[in-house]
Design a binder for this molecule. Structure first.
Ligand code: BGP
Length: 469
């Protein structure tokens, strides 16, 4: 035990989930379908089918039924001592098609109930406005975020939820893992890339729309909920060069910069100089409307939220963009991996915190970190998930080091404190939870909740503000 590991006072300990991966009730109370509801095997390799097959199993349709069981789940989070819960509002619960004039009252009421329940337990809601769940209609009819009209639809949605929840929600965040626009554009931008030749043009144009929408949302938030904070949200694995060959090192640097392009715009409030070369060399011509750049400059995000799971190793010449480039990378002989092949690299978290804080000098919120694994139920009916506990401990110790290094860290939300549907693959058996949910990959199971060994460990970490680590 190291007794010097206490975290800052008021540190936001908690967990993170997303509406589409937890709620289910996909077509109840007026909710419209989002992209997830048309995907059977997750979003990474996701191509939308023409129609939703009523006889097929879609993981998001029921998910873990959080929509009906949230009280039980929130009580379990409270028992662990959560100070906050990060979740998303399902856009298509509020605007079923995304382009209506009037919101769906039943959808709004659900989040009122959920936020009241959280606040009753002293748990602060931390809300992602769009977490890989663009309304399906906006993708099919408008081409997702390539279409400028989505800025207005999104802004209307923001205005409605800010006004409705202004006394309940202080921490907001715009688009989940916005820098995944290049790797999983369907998830991040609701874009089905039907024409590969237009790929980069479409992605950068859609990104511009996301930047304008983010700034417009921040402006609205300032007006409607003074004192509330708007974050941007990125996926930030650390990327190592495969060798000290200058080509490996420089290409890795460039790859990193393409990831940070999103936070550069959202936090510095302007397009970086290096983007000009990318646009020039790829023949990208952005349609920028008068006032866009001024808006982006005037309303940068207040903090940077990011997910951190693992590191990646890059070698010069490997594809930089596309479905594989930079996501998994090469094997790193110094690291072990999870059963899903994700390298485990706690020190990388300290590295990323320092890198990001040095670059932006804005508060950091670790809004996702977690360990996806299969659960083994022992003969006595319990789940001894020691590897998850080890992952948690190692990452928190490094996070504490980052705080000692001088990084300003607002909080830490473990990804999937209760087992939920995997975003990437649609599996249930890729489990992150401190709480097991009885459901398998085919959708069978009672949905019964059961505490794992890690449940009490996380409770003790929070109760001691990290001193027990
Ligand atoms: C992030 C997403 C989450 C989440 C997590 C784990 O990219 O923001 O929604 O699911 O990754 O990924 P997976 O569910 O594929 O294991």
């Amino acid at each position: 035990m190291i007794s010097t590991t206490s975290f800052p006072e008021h540190f936001l300990w908690g967990g993170a989930i997303a509406a589409n991966q937890a709620e289910g009730a996909w077509n109840e109370d007026g909710r419209g379908p989002s992209i997830n509801d048309a995907l059977r095997h997750g979003i990474v390799n996701g191509v939308l089918n023409e129609a939703i097959d009523p006889n097929a199993y879609y993981p998001s349709h029921e998910a873990i039924d959080f929509y009906h069981r949230y009280k039980e789940d929130v009580a379990l989070f409270a028992e662990m001592g959560f100070k906050c819960l990060r979740t998303s509002i399902a856009w298509s619960r509020i605007f079923p098609n995304g382009d209506e004039q009037q919101p769906n009252e039943a959808g709004l009421q659900f989040y009122d109930n959920l936020f009241d329940e959280l606040l009753k337990h002293g748990i602060e809601p931390v809300i992602t406005i769009s977490h890989f769940e663009t309304p399906l209609h906006l993708v099919r009819e408008y081409g997702g975020w390539t279409n400028r009209k989505l800025v207005a639809f999104f802004t209307r949605y923001c205005e409605v939820i800010f006004k409705r929840y202004k006394s309940k929600v202080k921490y907001w965040m715009g688009f989940n893992e916005i820098n995944h626009m290049h790797t999983i554009p369907l998830a991040a931008g609701g874009i089905e890339l039907r024409n590969p030749e237009r790929k980069l043009q479409d992605i950068y144009q859609a990104s511009h729309h996301l930047f304008v929408a983010s700034a417009a949302a921040t402006k609205l938030l300032r007006e409607i909920i003074p004192g509330a904070r708007m974050g941007c949200m990125l996926s930030l694995s650390i990327i190592y060069p495969n060798s000290c060959h200058p080509d490996d090192v420089f290409e890795t640097y460039e790859l990193r910069r393409r990831s940070l392009f999103y936070s550069d715009v959202l936090l510095h409030g302007e397009y970086p100089r290096y983007a000009e070369r990318i646009f020039r060399e790829h023949g990208i011509e952005l349609a920028i409307e008068p006032g866009d750049l001024e808006l982006i400059r005037a309303y940068p995000a207040d903090y940077i939220g990011f997910s951190y799971y693992r590191s990646t190793t890059h070698k010069a010449g490997m594809p930089i963009l596309g479905n594989t480039g930079g996501i998994m990378g090469l094997d790193n002989p110094y690291l072990t991996k999870t059963s899903w092949g994700w390298p485990i690299d706690p020190k990388g978290l300290r590295y990323v915190c320092n890198e990001i804080y040095d670059r932006y000098r804005k508060p950091i919120f670790i809004v996702e970190n977690g360990f996806g694994d299969k659960d083994e139920i022992g003969a006595d009916g319990t789940i001894a998930d020691d590897s998850r506990m080890q992952y948690l401990n190692q990452h928190l110790l490094e996070l504490h080091q980052a705080i000692q290094d001088g990084c300003e860290i607002m909080g830490y939300t473990w990804w999937g404190p209760i087992d939920i549907v995997s975003a990437g693959t649609g599996e249930m058996n890729k489990r992150y939870g401190f709480i097991h949910v009885d459901k398998d990959n085919e959708g069978r199971g009672t949905l019964r909740r059961m505490k794992k060994k890690s449940f009490d460990w996380y409770r003790q970490i929070i109760a001691t503000n990290g001193e027990i680590l």
